[in-house]
Design a protein around this ligand. Structure first.
Ligand code: GRF
Length: 202
């Protein structure tokens, strides 16, 4: 799992693994591009290897992605889950793991997504537009920000007195923390069964 911040979605996956909801796969490695991200503590508390890999530390985008690939492949992972990951990944990287990277976005794609739509900005834009429904989307990751094939979506009501913070929390509670573990389980099950498009047995 790749994270940049608090890691509540990571926690939802770790909890799903503990409860058995996620049983076809397990979290092998957590990478943060920010040293000190709280999600790293969550990983360690669950006994999962946690490392920081940053562009600054590596010197260039290419060296950064090479190090990510090295860490990911060393952990023998079949699926990469982006959960609040804020670093840019090149087309070279996303193609290297075609159909093997998923992301959670806190809106109903194609609304309020793409470049610049991250964190509270997504919810600020949804409220500014006056939508009555927002939600979350799990999608495959390709070279277009939030542009990959949609895997799952869940709608969440927007209320007149919502603030971006209130809406963010409701979307996390009602959609993200349920949708992402379920998608991780579904895809892991497909990988195990050999029916997943991004996984070819060697
Ligand atoms: C979530 O809203 C996620 O959808 C978005 O970034 C936020 C990350 O939160 N991409 P957390 O780090 O999982 O708590």
């Amino acid at each position: 799992m790749l994270i940049s911040g608090g890691g509540t979605n990571l926690q939802a996956i770790l909890d799903a693994e503990k409860s058995g909801l996620l049983h076809s796969g397990s979290v092998k490695l957590v990478v943060s591009n920010r040293a000190g991200a709280y999600g790293l503590e969550r990983a360690k508390a669950a006994g999962v290897k946690a490392v920081t890999v940053s562009k600054k530390q590596c010197g260039s985008q290419e060296a950064f992605e090479d190090e990510l690939i090295r860490q990911i492949d060393a952990a023998k992972t079949d699926l990469i889950v982006l959960a609040g990951w804020l670093a840019i990944l090149s087309e070279k990287f996303t193609r290297h793991y075609e159909h093997r990277i998923i992301n959670i976005h806190p809106a109903l794609i194609p609304s309020f997504c793409g470049e610049g739509f991250y964190g509270l900005k997504v919810h600020e834009a949804a409220l500014a537009k006056g939508v009555k429904v927002s939600g979350a989307t799990v999608h495959y990751v390709n070279e277009i920000p939030d542009g990959g094939e949609i895997i799952a979506q869940k709608a969440v009501k927007v209320y007149p007195k919502d603030t971006p913070e209130k809406l963010q929390l409701r979307i996390m509670r009602q959609a993200e923390w349920k949708l992402l573990p379920k998608a991780a389980e579904d895809i892991s099950a497909q990988i195990v069964a050999g029916t997943h498009p991004g996984y070819k047995e060697e």
